[in-house]
Design a protein. Structure first.
Length: 119
């Protein structure tokens, strides 16, 4: 299952929407990191919010979870609020290991996630 991602920015709402799918390698995480940082140039970097739809993402190896966690810990890319849309309990548990900070929520619906982000 090939890793893929799509990143869309909404300047009006200072929102970054990310959709991830497949099984990632360390190189895929690095490729995603570059693309995400590039996307931040299209929103106000500080104070942006992020919706991460991981419903089509495979359960990842521990080294990949660690690589994503390291990336997300960077103050340069940190979202004011982060919403994960998860398709399974196992995916949610894996996503919860990525970050232990305030203003992170987990949803089954992208609409509910976006509503929470824009409150």
């Amino acid at each position: 299952m090939r890793a893929d991602f799509d990143i869309v920015t909404d300047r009006t709402n200072n929102l970054v929407k990310v959709k991830l799918s497949g099984f990632f390698t360390v190189k895929d995480v690095a490729r995603f990191s570059i693309a995400y940082r590039d996307a931040l140039r299209h929103v106000a970097n500080h104070g942006h919010v992020t919706l991460a739809d991981i419903r089509d993402m495979a359960i990842q190896a521990q080294e990949i979870v660690a690589a994503f966690s390291d990336f997300m810990a960077s103050p340069a890319i940190r979202s004011r609020k982060l919403a994960f849309v998860c398709g399974s309990t196992l995916a949610r548990l894996q996503a919860q290991r990525l970050t232990a900070r305030d203003n992170v929520q987990f949803f089954q619906s992208a609409l509910l996630a976006e509503t929470w982000l824009l409150e």
